[in-house]
Design a protein around this ligand. Structure first.
Ligand code: BG6
Length: 481
């Protein structure tokens, strides 16, 4: 007998469910991509009826994903939504959940447990799932999706993995990094390995340096309590930025499956050299300490820049510069690959003129696409040159609004049992091993000093000086910093 499918969301009254998960599930439903028998069960403490829950989610989709909302279809979708009231820390509530699910499902039913709660509850939820018999697989599968942050340092991440693995096997664990669900992040592998022209030059012989920039205009807002304990390295680098870097730097996997892809990512993460504190910049935006939930003397960085080296044949001597921050002038994520300058310049350029290196830019968001910058003779000049851009924009080639939200793909993959775009325990561990010593070094040695920057700028001057010190500068499509 074929199994039906149930998704159980823990933390169902929270932000993530409302803003991301339900809009993604509804969009998949609209496109006919969800299994037609799917049931979605929300578990949380509020005393909702099924109807209250459906109404609340409906408002969420209307507000946060107006472009996917469709009132005619919502009614059918809403019939698939259910609510189970319960407390994450109360084992008997998980017993009740099991009874509720068994009544709802035609046996056997696969179950995807989605942990959209605060990370403090991950261990408890898993334990309670195990104790209530909700994790056992007989005629159907059980999988668990876990949001970031996965631990707050290497020890806690390893401990969390151990805790989860007392109930679920690694093959059942899907650790989400939503950046991997972004089309543009997925396309890094297609750009590199579905084409022949770039891969031969994707190495130290042709590439001078690689830069990954992820800027955000939002400040820490209502998440200040969480953020002040976390800071930008834990919030953005340990996960999203190192994942982007792994995709850019990894060797070609032999096939596109979860083991092969993740093995290569682990290999490249293992080749990353421990980062020296002198190769870091940390900064905080002015006014951050006034946010509610932030300590008045907080040293938490809201911005960081790092220089990282990869000790292998492909990348030896090629610095990777990474930067990210909040309360900046704009939201922009891009990867810039700067090629070596020509070894000899035969043109008679004006003394003030320098040839620009070729730069390949992978725009992750917004205005998703790929740009290639190269030098061109200015028409009607004798020998003057100017940089021009060869551009690919998703919106031009595929139409506006073509890019699905990252969660759509990830939820679907988890249902289909494809873990390629999820992070394995060894990746998480390697990433923490890189990031942890920096955080500890900052805290214990207080070096480099915490720089300050004005909100609404492109970050601290120290970040520019950091690259200038290496004779380089931050690159960006369109030339903002
Ligand atoms: C989250 C971080 O993981 O990613 C947030 O916790 C950050 O602080 C967000 O704002 C950025 O995601 P995106 O998809 O908006 O770039």
């Amino acid at each position: 007998m074929k199994a039906t499918n149930t998704i159980v969301i823990f933390g169902a009254s929270g932000d993530l469910t409302q803003r991301k998960l339900i809009p993604a599930l509804f969009s998949l439903y609209r496109k006919g991509r969800l299994p037609s028998d799917v049931r979605i069960v929300g578990f949380a403490r509020r005393p909702y009826t099924h109807e209250d829950f459906r109404n609340q989610l409906r408002e969420g989709v209307k507000q946060f994903a107006a472009n996917v909302f469709d009132s005619a279809l919502w009614g059918n979708f809403a019939n698939r939504l259910w609510y189970a009231k319960g407390d994450l820390g109360t084992p008997s509530d998980f017993e009740n959940l099991r009874i509720f699910l068994e009544k709802l499902e035609d046996e056997p039913a696969n179950r995807l447990y989605y942990l959209a709660t605060s990370p403090d509850f991950y261990g408890t939820i898993v334990k309670n799932l195990g104790a209530a018999g909700l994790a056992s697989e007989e005629e159907s599968w059980r999988r668990i999706v876990i949001e970031k942050p996965f631990g707050h340092d290497v020890e806690s991440a390893l401990a969390l993995t151990d805790e989860i693995q007392t109930v679920f096997e690694e093959r059942q664990i899907y650790r989400i990094d939503h950046y991997l669900g972004k089309e543009t992040a997925q396309n890094i592998l297609f750009f590199r390995f579905a084409n022949t022209i770039f891969e031969p030059i994707w190495n130290r012989n042709y590439i001078d340096n690689v830069q990954i920039t992820v800027t955000e205009s939002v400040d820490v807002g209502h998440r200040a309590g969480y953020y002040d304990q976390s800071g930008v390295l834990r919030d953005m680098f340990q996960n999203h930025i190192l994942q982007l870097l792994a995709l850019v730097a990894m060797e070609p996997p032999a096939s596109f499956n979860a083991d092969a892809v993740r093995n290569e990512k682990v290999k490249v993460l293992s080749a990353m050299r421990p980062i020296d504190l002198k190769d870091t910049v940390r900064a905080q935006y002015k006014g951050y300490r006034k946010a509610e939930g932030v300590a008045p003397d907080s040293q938490t960085p809201t911005y960081a820049a790092l220089k990282l080296n990869i000790d292998n044949w492909r990348w030896k001597g090629v610095p990777f510069y990474l930067r990210s921050g909040k309360a900046l002038a704009g939201k922009n994520s891009e990867i810039n690959i700067e090629f070596h300058s020509p070894p000899h310049v035969m043109f008679n350029l004006a003394p003030s003129k320098k040839l620009m290196p070729n730069i390949l830019s992978l725009k992750i968001q917004p205005d998703e696409g790929i740009h290639l910058k190269f030098e061109t003779k200015v028409p009607d000049s004798l020998q003057d040159t100017r940089s021009v851009d060869m551009e690919f924009h998703y919106s031009n080639s595929f139409g506006d609004k073509i890019l699905p939200d990252a969660y759509e793909r990830l939820i679907l993959d988890a249902i289909n049992g494809d873990a390629s775009l999820f992070t394995r325990s060894d990746e998480i561990e390697k990433a923490w091993r890189l990031i942890d010593p920096i955080i500890r070094g900052w805290e214990t040695q207080n070096t480099p000093a915490l720089a300050m920057y004005e909100p609404g700028t492109w970050g601290p001057i120290e970040a520019d000086q950091f690259l200038a010190h290496d004779g380089r500068m931050w690159r960006s499509v369109g030339d903002h910093h």
